[in-house]
Design a protein around this ligand. Structure first.
Ligand code: PGA
Length: 255
């Protein structure tokens, strides 16, 4: 049985002060929820403050990206050891905004995954097709390429530990979520590939979460699909009550 995994991706939103206010209230709201792994990803500037505010709670903290070198002349980049020291235990890797706006590729995603594991950070790796690709019936081919190249060299044991976020690009920030049937089909395909390429143990344990316009009112329908193990939430995670509602509806007994 996989523990549901629900993460907030705040993108370039929230100051240090706003982060501390959110986490302080949120940890109180979710304190009795034991059956969901709950994660918040603030911007880098608020990472340490978030980790301090979440200390000794059931709220984990994620970075939104990480660079693969440990240190060096890489102006503007942040390394996995720096993220670990700031108090985060997770790192989002390969979000579609990183891929489309900042030129990240499956090859760079692959290096970031290795760097995260070297620092014992749990990678949350985003994959998903664009609208054009879906309309050309290339969704499965795109997912296959992203899995094959992005996870090249990842061991079965690592695969069991990491989290895959299936985020169709056309559903991100658009208010147009994938239907439960579309999500189910894509998640089922991803899990079948994990089985084929990484074995039964990895395929059975890896959490595959859905992202793209998740809101309190569509959470239960999406997360009730057998291969949908949680959610990566952007817009609706910025409001503490909305994100709490999503986490509550993502619990195993709620779906
Ligand atoms: P959204 O973003 O919930 O605002 O669509 C999801 C994401 O980008 O992870």
């Amino acid at each position: 049985m996989r523990t549901p995994f629900i993460a907030a991706n705040w993108k370039m939103h929230k100051t240090v002060a706003e982060t501390v206010t959110f986490v302080t209230e949120f940890r109180g709201l979710v304190k009795d929820i034991k059956d969901v792994e709950i994660v918040v990803a603030p911007p880098f500037t608020a990472l340490h403050a978030a980790a301090e505010a979440a200390r000794n709670s059931n709220v984990g903290i994620a970075a939104q990206n990480l660079y693969w070198e440990r240190q060096g002349a890489f102006t503007g980049e942040i390394s996995a050891p720096m993220i670990r020291e700031a108090g985060a235990a997770y790192g989002i890797i390969g979000h579609s905004e990183r891929r489309t706006l900042f030129g990240e590729t499956d090859a760079s995603v692959n290096r970031r995954i290795a760097a995260a594991f070297a620092e014992r950070l749990t990678p949350i790796v985003c994959i998903g097709e664009t609208l054009d690709q879906r309309e050309r019936n290339e969704t499965f081919a795109v997912l296959d390429r992203q899995i094959k190249q992005g996870f090249d060299g990842v061991t079965a044991d690592e695969m069991a530990k990491l989290v895959i976020a299936y985020e169709p690009v056309w559903a991100i920030g658009t208010g147009r979520n994938a239907t439960p049937a579309q999500a189910s089909e894509a998640h089922g395909h991803i899990r079948a590939r994990l089985l084929q390429w990484f074995g039964g143990e990895a395929a059975g344990r890896c959490r595959i979460i859905y992202g793209g316009s998740v809101k309190p009112d569509n959470t239960a329908a999406l997360l009730s699909q057998p291969d949908v193990d949680g959610a990566l939430v952007g817009g609706a995670s910025m409001d503490v009550r909305d994100f709490f509602a999503i986490v509550s509806r993502g619990r195993r007994e709620a779906v």
